[in-house]
Design a protein around this ligand. Structure first.
Ligand code: KG4
Ligand code: ZN
Length: 351
């Protein structure tokens, strides 16, 4: 079955045509980064309006690149949660219109389940990854940071092991870059500067050290950077800036890896997935690869295009339900929260 996937939950307007065995026939992503860059973060109203302008052309481009018309499509999958309500509504209304006018089944997909589908996608005729399940996933993006045990790609089979109590890891990168006047999105800029910095020069402490907890927190680390800037002023020379970026990035990765490896130890699984925009981070990829190799674990870090927001992951996650004959029809409803299990206490408390 060919499935049309539509994604508009945040600042990417995306659509894809994916075969139900995971082969991606097309994958079109229109990024709004330049629209939001002057504000240092996503402005919800601007996001909705830009989705409205671009959603239909992006869907058409996805069909064109796949070389198919809607008559070849067997079902439609659309992100309906979590995300910005106004942004989600644009994709859901478009998907409803397409499904209704063509008499196609329609399923709503949780965006986080979409990210967890990344290992099942393939962009060429290479064989699919052998037996990725079960795995422990570290989902690290600008909007979410959580650890999951995944036994199957369905909400009831995904268990949260721990998540951030405050900022997502990517959000922390973006906020620190903003404090340093570096531009948006901050992750790739900090990543680049950190490469030439010495992480030991600026004494930042690793967040959430308690070993018995799989919860994470990044707002305190951001505050440490803010205090350091208050006391010392903005780094006057490049060297100091690089050292600060290296220290900040190093502590974020210390925390992510410590919790990830502890989660893997507790769950007794042999496969690890790192997905989401922060999975593009060079130091995170290198240190995770070394740590997994030492422990004999299989590490899956999909290509950046599969890690960041896209329509292909939504199409594939939805295809599993469509192939089983499910159809949410007009009942697809937008919800700002995920349907996946949530166990982490937000806010302060014992770390
Ligand atoms: O998954 P994504 O494209 O969008 C969502 O947030 O859903 O992730 C974007 C986030 C941003 O916060 C960005 O700063 C971060 O991923 N990011 C990075 C890197 N590339 C993107 N963070 C650290 N290092 C990178 N190389
Ligand atoms: Zn995402």
């Amino acid at each position: 079955m060919l499935v049309l996937g539509i994604e508009t939950s945040c600042d990417e307007t995306a659509a894809a045509v994916v075969r139900s065995d995971g082969l991606v026939l097309s994958d079109v992503v229109h990024s709004q980064v330049s629209l939001h860059a002057p504000y240092g973060g996503v402005v919800p109203e601007l996001a909705s309006r830009d989705h409205l302008r671009n959603a239909a052309p992006v869907v058409q481009a996805a069909l064109d690149r796949a070389g198919v018309g809607l008559d070849a499509v067997g079902g439609v999958a659309v992100t309906c949660r979590p995300g910005l309500s106004g942004a989600l509504l644009v994709g859901v209304q478009l998907a409803r219109g397409i499904a209704w006018s063509r008499g196609l089944p329609l399923v709503g997909v949780d965006h986080l389940l979409g990210h967890l589908a990344a290992p099942f996608l393939r962009w060429d005729d290479a064989p699919p990854l052998a037996d990725p399940l079960p795995f422990v996933a570290l989902l690290v993006s600008g909007g979410h940071t959580a650890l999951y045990r995944v036994d199957a790609l369905e909400a009831a089979q995904v268990h949260e092991l721990g998540a951030t109590r405050d900022d997502a890891a990517g959000e922390a990168f973006d906020k620190v870059a903003k404090l340093l006047g570096l531009g948006y999105p901050g992750g790739p800029i900090v990543d680049r500067l950190a490469r030439e910095g010495d992480p030991a020069v600026v004494p930042l402490t690793r967040p959430m050290r308690a070993r018995d907890s799989l919860e994470l927190s990044f707002s305190g680390l951001k505050t440490q950077v803010a205090r350091w800037i208050e006391a010392d002023g903005l780094p006057g020379d490049d060297r100091r800036l690089r050292d600060l970026c290296a220290a900040f990035q190093g502590r974020v990765i210390d925390a992510l890896l410590a919790k990830l490896l502890e989660a893997v130890r507790r769950e007794g699984v042999r496969t690890v997935l790192i997905a989401g925009g922060v999975a593009a981070n060079r130091e995170l990829r290198a240190r995770a690869a070394a740590a997994c190799e030492r422990r004999g674990l299989r590490l899956i870090v999909p290509a950046p295009r599969a890690c960041t927001d896209n329509g292909a992951m939504i199409a594939y996650a939805g295809s599993l339900r469509l192939v089983a004959g499910e159809d949410d029809g007009a009942a697809v409803a937008v919800n700002p929260r995920t349907c996946l299990e949530r166990r982490t206490r937000k806010g302060g408390g014992r770390r």
